[in-house]
Design a protein around this ligand. Structure first.
Ligand code: ADP
Ligand code: MG
Length: 697
């Protein structure tokens, strides 16, 4: 590398520096107003920006542009158009107008839209999101956009995310006004997503249909070694993996993505990358790009990056910790306990809004991370349970208890915590960060939502988080604005909130079975699977909430529900079909040939001498034959179950059938096959084992 990191950083991004350099002063100022304050953009400014953007992109070697958007598929979409424009003399010029920058019109009919297609026009349009910078990827100028139907219904993940950010901005500003912060003009939520992933050797990957079609192994016996030695977490990074990480970092930096931390994770072949946090919208775009680049760059190193939540049974799965906070345009973190009593009161109010929001909307938070892949993690003994609870740490919990009871804090008599009069004790980050089993943990100056799956867009969970907190802030602001005495109203509000919602606070071990019982006693929801969780989305109270906060309309929720439940069914259907394919075409034939070689050996040994010992061959042959029969029967049973599912009339029924029947039939096929893998000669086994996949890089 000849260039230094600061030189490389953002070199492929049309960022503020580049805009300032290339735009007339007035245009730049107008654009900044749009970016920072959400002011609408007029066409004159758009024309100036598009011209500057194009000139810059061409200098960078770009020939095409695209409206880059995030449909409901969970991956990003792009359709490239070149800048060329034919001239009368048969030549071309490179053009890019303000209109082309602001709006695109891709055909929306081939993206999942859960029924919006049927009732509305198929055409969709993409609209420039000036709050996320344009960038260059493979000679293409990518313009981050929102994707809507012609009737204005959101067809993507960005539109509702932006709406939810606006909702929380509005309500947080009201609260800040009450605390005298007139200087603050915007509040944005911030996110730093920690991305977990696996790397496997491409040559092994290519021999496994399950990895190719579904991103996870559907068969596979545990290798003799797993993660029990705990030697992988933070271990030395292998050269090939390090080379991958180095290249990835450079490519991310060029795109202005603050890749910061990299390390080995708990499972063999598992790793993590964390960026420095940014505003939620940008963090979401950047996380999508990070996942895309991880997969592309891995290939250059003969590796495949697995983003699935559970690529391997028996070792840890992958999540995406969503670190979340609120930040003002003046640089204040609203979840940072302050230096003065007044700041502390403000901190406590925001904290209470989050506590209340999480307690009242456990269902929405849970369903925002519900996918077929994540069902393997949540509730299993490695990821947070499917029950939502908040970890605050002992110190903060004690403070809240003291406030609730009006008693002394820290056991010290007479030292009452008076909101707005006392300074909170300084929390050491260490004391709040130790709990790793909580799904929603306060970590000193932010909350860490640990349930999201590794492959999902973080838009989903942040839309919910922003909306539910916005709604509580709105209720708080309503009360406080109307109160004759602000301070006593504030005290009462904080005290009441703690009293009514403390059941959601749990500082113990979330992996412990006793917690499940305890949570049930507290009346907390335990939505174990995706089909259990998703129907809560369309509940009347939730529809009302999203409508009130202008995040989703009723139609949008219904369509999204349909998309999500359909996606769940389709994913499991593909997995089941892949299992049948592998069992019928690979595993059963391989076992048959192996059995034949055993039988042949027995016969030839007996032919040499009738009394020749064949105990081993006979025993193994008997065992393989029994397991082969079991596997064959399981194939037929699974096949039947798939047919039964497909005969059902709607996706909700299908999803429930998957949960109640199909999944157990898949497990029943896997079991004898994995047992066979352990017995059959390794050279006869049709695909690479866990040992090779997990330790073969
Ligand atoms: P950990 O101990 O979990 O590694 P870190 O402090 O290193 O915790 O942070 C993890 C992630 O949280 C990083 O992506 C970091 O940028 C992000 N983060 C830190 N502060 C904030 C904040 N105020 N808002 C959102 N994310 C944050
Ligand atoms: Mg973390």
């Amino acid at each position: 590398m000849t260039q230094s990191v600061p030189e490389i950083f953002g070199s492929k991004v049309f960022n503020q520096t580049e805009m300032k350099k290339r735009l007339p002063k007035d245009t730049f100022k107008e654009l900044m107003k749009t970016i920072e304050e959400g002011k609408p953009l007029n066409i004159k400014i758009a024309n100036a920006v598009s011209h500057a953007m194009k000139e810059w992109a061409i200098e960078q070697g770009a020939t095409h542009y695209t409206h880059w958007f995030q449909p409901m598929t969970g991956v990003t979409a792009e359709k490239h158009d070149s800048f060329i424009h034919p001239t009368e003399d048969g030549n071309v010029v490179m053009t890019f107008s303000g209109k082309e920058l602001i709006k695109g019109e891709p055909d929306a009919s081939s993206f999942p839209n859960g029924g919006l297609r049927a009732t509305f026009e198929a055409r969709g349009y993409t609209a420039w999101d000036p709050t996320s910078y344009a960038f260059i990827k493979n000679k293409v100028l990518c313009i981050p956009t929102a994707f809507c139907s012609y009737t204005g219904h959101a067809l993507d993940k960005k539109t509702p995310l932006l709406r939810s950010m606006e909702a929380i901005n509005k309500q947080a500003l009201r609260i800040l006004k009450l605390f005298g912060h007139d200087e603050v003009i915007s509040v944005k939520t911030t996110v730093g997503p920690e991305q977990e992933y696996f790397l496997v050797d491409q040559k092994y990957y290519e021999q496994r249909k399950d990895l190719i079609y579904t991103g996870r192994t559907l068969f596979g016996a545990n290798s003799p070694k797993g993660q029990e030695m705990e030697d992988h977490y933070f271990g030395t990074i292998k050269t090939r993996v390090q080379n991958f990480m180095d290249e990835l970092n450079v490519e991310l930096w060029k795109l202005g993505i603050n890749a910061k931390t990299e390390h080995n994770e708990v499972a063999p072949a598992q790793h993590e990358l964390a960026p420095v946090f940014s505003t939620t919208n940008i963090a979401t775009d950047h996380n999508q790009l990070t996942m895309e680049l991880m997969q592309r760059i891995a290939k250059r190193h003969g590796l495949v990056c697995l983003l699935h939540e559970k690529p391997f049974d028996g070792v840890n799965g992958s999540g995406k910790h969503n670190n979340w906070s609120l930040s003002t345009n003046t640089g204040l973190n609203l979840l940072e306990p302050g230096e003065t009593p007044y700041e502390n009161a403000q901190f406590l109010l925001f904290l209470c809004a989050v506590i209340k929001a999480v307690d009242e909307h456990q269902d929405l938070l849970r369903l925002s991370v519900a996918t077929a892949g994540n069902d393997h993690r949540l509730g299993a003994n490695e990821a947070p349970p499917a029950i939502i609870s908040i970890f605050l740490g002992d110190e903060l919990t004690e403070v809240l208890e003291a406030i609730e009871n009006g008693t002394g804090y820290n056991g010290k008599e007479k030292e009452y915590m008076r909101i707005g009069a006392d300074v909170l004790p300084k929390f050491k980050k260490d004391s709040t960060d130790r709990n790793r089993t909580s799904p929603f943990a306060f970590t000193g100056n932010k909350f860490e939502f640990r349930m999201p799956g590794s492959s999902s867009s973080i838009a989903g969970c942040n839309i919910v988080l922003n909306t539910v907190v916005a709604d509580e802030l709105e209720k708080f602001a309503d009360v406080l604005e109307a109160a004759p005495d602000f301070e006593s109203a504030l005290n009462a509000l904080i005290q009441d909130t703690i009293k009514s919602h403390k059941r959601i606070i749990f500082n113990g071990n979330g992996y412990d079975d006793s917690w499940i019982e305890e949570a049930q006693k507290r009346g907390l929801l335990n939505l174990k699977t995706t089909p259990d969780a998703l129907p809560y989305f369309v509940k009347e109270e939730n529809v009302k909430l999203f409508e009130k906060q202008h995040v989703y309309s009723k139609e949008e929720i219904e369509s999204r529900y349909e998309v999500l439940i359909e996606e769940y069914v389709k994913i499991i259907n593909i997995e089941a079909l892949t299992m049948l394919d592998m069992a019928k075409k690979e595993i059963l034939p391989a076992v048959t040939s192996y059995s034949k070689s055993l039988a042949d050996t027995i016969l030839s040994k007996k032919a040499v001498c009738e009394s020749m010992d064949t105990t081993y061959e006979t025993a193994v042959l008997k065992q393989t034959s029994e397991l082969l029969k079991e596997a064959y029967e399981a194939v037929n049973v699974l096949s039947e179950s798939i047919d039964q599912m497909n005969a059902l009339s709607d996706f909700e029924k299908k999803a429930n059938f998957v949960r109640d029947d199909l999944l157990s039939k898949m497990a029943a096929l896997r079991k004898p096959c994995d047992e066979l893998e352990v017995i059959v000669d390794e050279k006869d086994w049709p695909f690479p084992t866990y040992g090779k996949l997990l330790f073969g890089v």
